[in-house]
Design a protein around this ligand. Structure first.
Ligand code: TRP
Length: 452
């Protein structure tokens, strides 16, 4: 169906374009919204340390594997897995891995879009000066009002979903490739600025200590699982997003170097967000464990009191919106690519159908913050359930399967040929992907199940 040198969906124009897109996928709400709030919920330093270890031992080798497999297969993850399994004479059922990834991306986008909608709502609030000189109580009330208002949340969720599908429709070289080029560095600069403000709050040291001073008595098996799941989530791994991006990667571009850059940038952004937020939490006697509302209840305080805060507040939420957008397109791209390959429909139809279905599930997520907040399964509302199912279960299991496939099923000569890295580097990667990554994920699951 495809030749081996290019995907039918197109190709990145350069290595730089791929780096932008993949970094755009990795850096998103996961870094700025999710990392701080789950760190706060799980006691800080020890959780951060486990997360960093997972990025190094699991994230980097598995990202290399995903990109490599995508480039070799050159199709949507489902069909890529099928082709690679045939090539390596592995069980054809490996293509179910592509299916589980496609479903995971779909489930994540449903809630991702709702949260990105909050960021959009906050652009407007920032613009109308709602944060200026506000007290912590007023800022909290502002957030609570949004939570209690399903209509407003659905409005923004709809707009975000529409924006996502509009970009996906234009294919891999659409406008976002150009936009991300400016937006990523700008986001970085604003984060540095927020860190500088955090230094003036008087609780900077307390915040940094909270983040980097590990106290292992504060974490249990479930916290370790959350940290591991987040390493996958924040790097967009375990569901085929990076695989499908890899499938648009021209031949002879160094996958390993690119991976180090992406993982490094992603980690730095998350840590900066943490360093900006926790001093504000402690300086204002807020709860570190406030949950998904954490950044919306803290950062506006900084914007409301710092010089130039009106403008920076607007800029920050605009940039957060774009960071979310460059991530959300990678969540649905595997599904769209698959629909186009297998269902003989046009790209715009594939976008319309998948976008509409995802939107509907997102409406349920909006309700889980208000009218359905008491509707619980396993003690979790719909938002929490989707998040746990995807980030804590599907992504690590998907990542483990990818590691097993790359390490045990694929001929190592094929992998080596695709990766084009020096022998020693290849051996190191192969050892990690074959033994370390699958074992680590497996052990964490055994621990959570209470076996270990
Ligand atoms: N990595 C993104 C973030 O941190 C979210 C994301 C995009 C993602 N694509 C993904 C998560 C694929 C898991 C799988 O915000």
């Amino acid at each position: 169906m495809t030749d081996k040198t290019q995907s039918i969906h197109g190709q990145w124009s350069s290595r730089f374009a791929f780096i932008l897109a993949a970094t755009g996928s990795a850096v998103g709400l996961g870094n700025i919204w999710k990392f701080p709030y789950i760190t706060g919920e799980n006691g800080g330093g020890a959780f951060v340390l486990v997360y960093l270890m997972c990025v190094a031992a699991l994230g980097i080798p598995i990202m290399i594997a995903e990109i490599m497999m995508g480039r070799r297969g050159r199709q949507s993850p489902i069909n890529t897995m099928q082709t690679l399994a045939e090539e390596s004479k592995a069980d054809p059922r490996w293509h179910y891995l592509g299916w589980s990834g496609m479903i995971a991306g779909f489930l994540i986008l449903a809630y991702y879009s709702v949260i990105a909608g909050w960021a959009m709502a906050y652009i407007v609030k920032a613009f109308f000066g709602d944060f200026i000189n506000s007290s912590p109580e007023e800022i909290q009330r502002l957030f609570q009002n949004l939570m209690d208002n399903p209509v407003q949340q659905i409005f923004w969720h709809t707009l975000f979903m529409y924006a996502t599908m509009a970009f996906v429709m234009r294919g891999v070289q659409g406008g976002l490739e150009k936009a991300v080029r400016f937006l990523m560095p700008a986001l970085f600069v604003i984060l540095i600025l927020l860190v500088a403000y955090a230094m003036t709050t008087g609780a900077y040291e307390q915040g940094v200590t909270f983040l980097f001073n590990p106290d292992f008595s504060k974490i249990d098996g479930d916290a370790v699982l959350t940290a591991m799941g987040h390493a996958f989530f924040t790097l967009s791994l375990g569901m085929g997003a990076i695989m499908v991006y890899g499938s648009y990667l021209p031949a002879h571009i160094s996958i390993a170097k690119t991976t180090f850059f992406i993982a490094g940038a992603d980690t730095v952004v998350a840590l900066l967000a943490g360093i900006a937020i926790f001093p504000l939490v402690f300086a204002n006697q807020l709860e570190a464990s406030a949950g998904p509302g954490l950044i919306f209840q803290t950062l506006p305080l900084a914007f409301g009191h710092m010089a130039g805060g009106w403008l920076f507040g607007i800029l920050f939420f605009v940039l957060l919106f774009f960071a979310a957008l460059s991530s959300s397109i990678s969540l649905i791209e595997p599904a769209v690519a698959w629909l186009v390959e297998n269902k003989d429909i046009e790209r715009h139809q594939a976008c319309a159908w998948s976008g509409a279905a995802c939107w509907l599930l997102g409406v349920g997520v909006v309700f889980s913050f208000n009218i359905w907040s008491d509707l619980k399964l396993f003690d979790k509302n719909l938002f929490e359930l989707l998040d746990y199912l995807t980030a804590n279960l599907m992504l690590p299991l998907g990542g483990m399967a990818i590691a097993i496939f790359a390490g045990w099923m694929m001929k190592s000569s094929l992998a080596q040929q695709e990766l084009e890295i020096p022998e020693q580097g290849f051996q190191a990667w192969h050892f990690l992907i074959k033994y370390v990554s699958p074992t680590a994920v497996f052990l964490v699951f055994l621990h959570v199940l209470g076996v270990l």
